[in-house]
Design a binder for this molecule. Structure first.
Ligand SMILES: Nc1ncnc2c1ncn2[C@@H]1O[C@H](COP(=O)(O)OP(=O)(O)OP(=O)(O)O)[C@@H](O)[C@H]1O
Length: 380
């Protein structure tokens, strides 16, 4: 079960040549610089690029081959664009009913009320698009796409036109959507924040070709890819929230590879918090239904620059998190005073950016057991 594609497009100043097999679950992010071909590839999948030569198979359905191209409207997909495209003369309810009513009852994979609740749209149903903020419009556009009961959701930089407050508003909804609906999503962005919050699988496009693809953590820590050499170098740890996790001082206790990790309660997605703690945080999600699944996986982004290394566990120190890790390798950084250390934490990989002087002073070497110290407030 997957999406298999093989596309070529020749334009005067651009060529796309992409062969991919993508997982049919979770969020696949198409990442790359401006002009690398992300939108073009998404449009090929939707059937909107009429010059595209190639093949496309979604699960057991052939959407395109040499002699055949399934028309766009017959592909079971939803498409969310950079700018929400809503009917201006219809209120939110009618906009959402438009696609919903066109799907036969037997073919509906979501309930109308479920989508309204999931996206927190209950209080907006009587408003017209002109009376909505950019983030609210995008939530409605997403709702409209979901109500067509798609088997695949395509999202092209859905937050690119939003300010940072609206982005922060909408990201938790996307996280919840990903968790609640078993709907594969292909998502275009060049925001590392969105990548680390949403991606399960990452495809790195460069000049119309796939430079690399793979699971998120593997891609973010791959020494041959540009991610580790940026100032934003980070990794995403897969952790679990303990069931009695929220402490009296508003920290959440997680476990990662059998070790304890504390982060601020406010950085836990609201739907992961035990129910009695849910109203204390993220109040903009108040009209969505929480799941409260303690023990469910939580991703924690750790920036390489926020990790301190020690050869013995420090005493009397304010840092909350001290993880036992093994040095995998040490590489020169773009900044000549710095080194980038890859660390094995059980089956997972972390990054630390520390000075070359500290590497020498501590005598750090591959395979050495060390302690990675991270401030709780540096994690989210
Ligand atoms: N309709 C078109 N006709 C001709 N060239 C096009 C057309 N659409 C896009 N291009 C070119 O194709 C290349 C890939 O464009 P595309 O929009 O897919 O890139 P992108 O990675 O999505 O970029 P961005 O991140 O800026 O949105 C670019 O060089 C662009 O100028």
């Amino acid at each position: 079960m997957s999406l298999q594609l093989d596309f070529r497009i020749h334009r005067a100043s651009f060529e796309l040549n992409v062969q991919l097999q993508l997982p049919n679950k979770g969020v696949t992010v198409l990442f790359g610089r401006s002009g690398s071909g992300k939108t073009t590839l998404l449009r090929c999948i939707a059937g909107l690029e009429y010059q595209a030569d190639g093949k496309l198979r979604f699960n057991n359905q052939i959407w395109q081959k040499k002699t055949f191209c399934l028309p766009v409207h017959q592909r079971p997909l939803g498409y969310v664009f950079q700018e929400a495209s809503l009917f201006p003369h219809l209120n939110v309810l009618k906009n959402m009913q438009f696609g919903w009513q066109r799907v036969h009852e037997n073919k509906r994979s979501v309930q109308f009320e479920e989508v309204v609740q999931l996206l927190g749209l209950g209080t907006l149903l009587n408003r017209y698009p002109s009376q909505l903020s950019g983030g609210q419009r995008q939530r409605v556009a997403l709702g409209c796409a979901l109500l067509t009961s798609p088997e695949l959701l395509l999202m092209d930089e859905p937050m690119a036109s939003l300010d940072s407050t609206s982005k922060a508003d909408i990201l938790p909804f996307l996280e919840m959507l990903k968790e609640r609906l078993q709907l594969p999503v292909i998502y275009v962005t060049h925001s590392m924040d969105e990548v680390t919050r949403l991606a399960d699988h990452l495809v790195y496009l460069q000049n119309g070709e796939v430079l690399a693809q793979g699971p998120l953590q593997q891609m973010l820590t791959d020494p041959d890819l540009p991610f580790i050499s940026t100032g934003q170098a980070s990794t995403v740890l897969q952790a679990q929230l303990k069931s009695s996790a929220i402490t009296e001082d508003y920290l959440a206790e997680l476990t990662v590879e059998g070790q304890r990790l504390f982060i601020s309660q406010q950085d836990i997605p609201r739907n992961h918090l035990p129910r009695n703690k849910q109203l204390q945080t993220n109040t903009h999600l108040a009209d969505t239904k929480p799941s409260g699944d303690a023990g469910s996986p939580i991703r924690v982004r750790v920036m390489a620059r926020d990790v301190v290394l020690a050869t013995s566990p420090p005493q009397q120190i304010s840092l909350l998190n001290c993880l036992q890790v093994r040095v995998m390798d040490i590489r020169d950084d773009n900044n000549p005073s710095q080194s980038l250390v890859r660390l094995a934490l059980g089956q997972q990989i972390m990054l630390a950016r520390i000075s070359r002087r500290s590497i020498t002073r501590l005598g750090l070497k591959p395979d050495q057991q060390v302690y990675a110290l991270i401030k709780g407030i540096a994690l989210n």
